[in-house]
Every structure is written in C-alpha cells, then in structure tokens.
Design a protein around this ligand. Sequence first.
Ligand code: 2F8
Ligand code: CA
Length: 143
Amino acid sequence: MTVSQQNSLTEERDKLKRINLRWMVFSGSLYTVSSIQKNWQESRDDCIQKGADLVTINSQEEQNFLNQFDKTMWLGLTDLETEGTWKWVDGTPMTERYWGPGEPNGRTSENCGHIKQFNVGKRWNDGNCNTKTFWTCEKKVSP
Ligand code: 2F8
Ligand code: CA
C-alpha cells in the first residue's frame, strides 16, 4: 500500500469514527458521553472540535438525565476567570446549583466543575482542572 493510500484510509477511518459518535437527544440538545478520560481543557477542546461544548446543566431534569450515565464527568463550569465566580462556558447564568456538601472548596487549586457522584441529590465538585476524568459534550439544537 502506498503512503497516499494509507493516508486516505486513515482519513476515512477518522471520518467514520466521527459519524459513528452516538449522540443522544434530550430536551432540545444532543449529548455524547466520553469513554476515555482527559483534563478539563482537553475535554472542552474535544467538544468544540465536534461542534459542541462541555455540557451545561440548566434543570433538575437535565441533571437526572446525566446521572443515568453513572460517570464522574466534567461540566462546562469554571471559575478560572474570576476566583469564586462560577460561570457556564456558554455564558448562561448558573441558576441551578447542585454542589455537594462543602463544595466548592478548592479555591485557587480547583477551578473546574464536575459531577463527582451520581444518583444522589447534589454532587457537583470543584476539582483540579488538570485531573483526567470523563466528560460530556452538549450541542444545543433549539435555543
Ligand atoms: O472530599 C471532597 C474532596 O474530594 C477530593 O479531594 C480529596 C476532590 N479532589 C478532586 O476531585 C481533584 C476535592 O475537590 C473534593 O472537595
Ligand atoms: Ca472541591
């Protein structure tokens, strides 16, 4: 096989991988949950490359939807810009808050939000952004 044939096969394989991503529909958005673990920024980059962004949680129903995946996952939630001011990556206000008991507690060392445990009421945690964990991308379809 020539190098150029090899390259086009690799391209095709990568295209198929992207097409075969399983997007789930929930309340006007598409979601895909990672099967590997990355740090917060790498997770966000992956979502952006898929035409999406890290998930934002705007209702209890959306939180329940995510809980079913039984995975610790990065959220599109950070206070990297201003310590103590938590913001969703899409700029929507953080009206729903599901911090676990005592969280957020990391001050300058923990600036990225994730779901730490599931199937329990409030379990968001501020974690160290360099920690690798699963993540969920959300592509908003309707506003
Ligand atoms: O007990 C809560 C505490 O648990 C971990 O630290 C031991 C978390 N660290 C990470 O997820 C990196 C803390 O953020 C959390 O507050
Ligand atoms: Ca914490």
